[in-house]
Design a protein around this ligand. Structure first.
Ligand SMILES: [Zn+2]
Length: 333
């Protein structure tokens, strides 16, 4: 098995981390995430995952043919989806006593063969697919840098690691390779099961669940824009630019974004004007994302980016426009 000795070290760390996260804290945190419109335990559970991490787990899952819920389970147990304040998770760029760092807790030497387990900075070029003996450095967001601190990179690398170690045929073995601990593995699988069932509630329980959806190169959108989106992504790729991002967002995910961007009171979540949130975020029910008709592109945060420049020149040909000037990443019908 590739990098076995490095993996053993990763296993030891994660045991320590898993043990260090008190279960009572997790239960309180989840139970405390209340949503007046979504009273079921399932929707409470999915709201535990920040919207950006949820998108990344799902995108990486599709990209590597790995169950996104298992990725989310690992992300939960390792660093509580980036929120844990333990060393190695936060503050950014710290390394824990065993050398793990970033939201998915990679050792320096697992990320990049030849680097030291504790090397503080192992960001750099991605390791090519098929060359995992040289490490799992992965550029999940296509920004040219494979960095275990970038959630997209770390989550894609974790998916790649699981795949290299037997998934999707053998998740039990792959998770054990990630971290040699039966306790760790059962915790990951327990969270994965919770998240998976939370993401697939009875259709009637989620507003907008009747939106017909299609996934185009990892971006889920309304079926009516799927074909032009595919054509646009292909045209961009032909010009040397691989575009990625997230489109459809459930009502529950929109509420979670409002909670993160606007505040936690009912007023902040449901009624505050979008412009008073940081960044501006549409009221639940008022976002084109909830209809699958808007896409937030990654690496598109400003006008000088290659992403925005290309879209500005070509997206209109495919019926997509940057309708909110303060949000260069947001393109919609
Ligand atoms: Zn948007």
């Amino acid at each position: 098995m590739t990098g076995r000795s490095r993996v053993v070290a990763a296993g030891l760390i994660a045991v320590a981390i898993a043990v260090a996260v008190p279960m009572a804290t997790i239960i309180v945190a989840v139970a405390g995430t209340r949503d007046p419109n979504q009273a079921t335990g399932n929707s409470v559970a999915i709201a535990d995952i920040p919207a950006d991490f949820l998108s990344l787990y799902q995108e990486a899952g599709l990209a590597w043919d790995i169950d996104w819920a298992v990725l989310a389970g690992i992300g939960k147990v390792e660093c509580d989806h980036g929120r844990s304040q333990l060393e190695g998770c936060n503050p950014p760029r710290t390394v824990n006593v065993a050398g793990a760092r970033g939201p998915m807790q990679f050792l320096g030497s697992t990320w990049r063969a030849g680097a030291g387990q504790f090397d503080p900075d192992v960001a750099g070029p991605a390791v090519a697919a098929g060359a995992e003996a040289r490490g799992f450095a992965t550029d999940g967001n296509g920004n040219g840098l494979a960095d275990p601190w970038e959630p997209a990179d770390a989550i894609h690398a974790a998916a790649r690691y699981l795949r290299t170690h037997g998934a999707p045929e053998d998740y039990a073995g792959a998770i054990w390779a990630y971290n040699h601990s039966d306790t760790y593995r059962s915790e990951v699988l327990r969270w994965a099961g919770t998240y998976r069932s939370a993401a697939n509630p009875a259709p009637a329980s989620v507003a907008g669940a009747d939106v017909p959806l299609a996934t185009v190169r990892g971006i889920t959108v309304h079926t009516r824009i799927a074909a032009p989106l595919e054509a646009m992504l292909a045209a961009a790729e032909a010009d040397g630019l691989v575009l990625s991002g997230s489109g459809y967002r459930s009502h529950a995910q929109q509420i979670e974004l409002r909670r993160a961007h606007c505040g936690t009171s009912d007023y902040a979540i449901y009624r505050m004007p979008a412009s008073q949130c940081s960044p501006p975020t549409a009221r639940p029910g008022a976002s084109l994302h909830e209809q699958g008709l808007a896409i937030d592109f990654t690496n598109c945060s400003s006008h000088p980016t290659a992403c925005w420049q290309w879209l500005n020149a070509h997206a209109a040909d495919y019926g997509l426009y940057n309708t909110v000037s303060e949000e260069p990443w947001h393109w919609s019908i």
